[in-house]
Design a protein around this ligand. Structure first.
Ligand SMILES: O=C(O)c1ccc[n+]([C@@H]2O[C@H](COP(=O)([O-])O)[C@@H](O)[C@H]2O)c1
Ligand SMILES: Cc1cc2nc[nH]c2cc1C
Length: 342
């Protein structure tokens, strides 16, 4: 069936459910999007929901731009694997599994069933003084991310959430946004709670990173290698591969959306498969989402990362699927149609 025809059939079903036309607002748009992804008028609930938290360290932490020390990245990886982090609690709440990817944490880890080891380095170089990584490393990151998504889908995953963990991630995300032309003042904000002086330094670091590296905004790999990170690069590949295989992806906050920006530069067709799980409290996030034309599902003033906002949004996506698949129609329930019915 062609896309236009399917879209018409889904909208027709939505309008025939026992509710005034359009009264379930965004839930109706979510149901339509999932139907188009699954190519079904009545979409199915997910059978294998997975959250992948990409962790890595950044050389830019040398510039003291975070409220927390670098070793928190490694410590939080242990916390994820032990089930004690917010993402573990929310994942359980929505019935999803959590996988942790070591994309470039400054530590070595023992094997663990939910740890995927794809270390590209122990940390990137400091973007304030030169490129974060080589072009080869950037390409490798994307390839690793693609492999992770491909194997998840082959194993049966039908909904993927992308989460991030890395001290310094909000500086890197802001540098990526600025490299694509967003105003530094618009995208540099508090990530972990820092004082005004540190915030000014963070802005200065981002400006310096752009001056020193001169990333070419038309070349996504150039942006990734110069001002990106190992976790960001793997998220780029992960998002691309999921979307190219028609698997819905839910992005989380500011760092994961910076990865989406790069992925979008590489393939402009991916957004039909992407949901913005929430709007982060970090101010640059809203600007990026507007640019991408994505409406966040939740707005809970969260700024944690790890995939937490996206994980919670799963329950809304599932409610939208249940709405279109389980509600009665005017005909089946014997309810009179109003003048708003088509
Ligand atoms: O997702 C967000 O919007 C978000 C906003 C602020 C902070 N974070 C998380 O906090 C860490 C980065 O904070 P920072 O201050 O070190 O850049 C990193 O692990 C992110 O996952 C995440
Ligand atoms: C404790 C802590 C947990 C996090 N989870 C994601 N980013 C984080 C940053 C810190 C500091």
């Amino acid at each position: 069936m062609d896309r236009k025809e399917l879209e018409k059939m889904i909208i027709n079903r939505l309008n025939n459910l026992t509710k005034p036309v359009g009264s379930l607002g965004e839930l109706e748009r979510i149901a339509l999007k999932i139907g188009l992804i699954q190519q079904k008028v009545i979409p199915e609930l997910f059978k294998d929901k997975r959250i992948y938290v990409f962790a890595a360290d950044h050389g830019v932490t040398e510039c003291s731009i975070s409220a927390y020390p670098r070793e928190v990245t490694k410590q939080m990886v242990f916390n994820f694997l032990n089930g004690g982090a917010a993402i573990n609690v929310f994942a359980k709440h929505v019935g999803a599994k959590v996988f942790v990817v070591d994309a470039g944490v400054d530590a070595d880890f023992e094997d663990h069933p939910f740890l995927i080891k794809r270390k590209v380095g122990y940390a990137t170089k400091n973007i304030a003084f030169g490129p974060a990584m080589s072009k080869e490393e950037a390409v490798k990151c994307i390839q690793y991310g693609r492999e992770i998504a491909r194997s998840a889908i082959l194993q049966g995953a039908d909904l993927l959430v992308v989460g991030d963990m890395g001290i310094g991630n909000t500086t890197i995300a802001a540098a990526i946004a600025a490299a694509f032309g967003f105003d530094v003042d618009e995208v540099v904000d508090i990530g972990t709670p820092i004082d005004q002086k540190t915030l000014e330094r963070k802005k200065q670091v981002v400006r310096q990173a752009l001056e020193v590296n001169k990333p070419d905004r038309k070349d996504a790999i150039d942006v990734l290698s110069k001002v990106g990170g190992f976790c960001i690069g793997q998220m780029v590949g992960f998002i691309l591969e999921a979307c190219e295989n028609r698997c819905p992806v839910v992005v989380d906050g500011f760092p994961t959306t910076a990865a989406l920006l790069i992925a979008y530069e590489m393939n402009k067709n991916i957004l039909d498969f992407v949901f913005a799980g929430h709007k982060s409290k970090v101010k640059g996030h809203e600007v990026m989402l507007k640019y991408l034309g994505l409406r966040p599902i939740l707005d809970l003033e969260m700024r944690l990362g790890e995939g937490t906002g996206a994980a919670l949004a799963i329950s809304i996506i599932e409610a939208a699927i249940k709405m279109i698949s389980q509600m009665a129609t005017f005909e089946s329930a014997g309810v009179s149609k109003g003048s708003d019915q088509t």
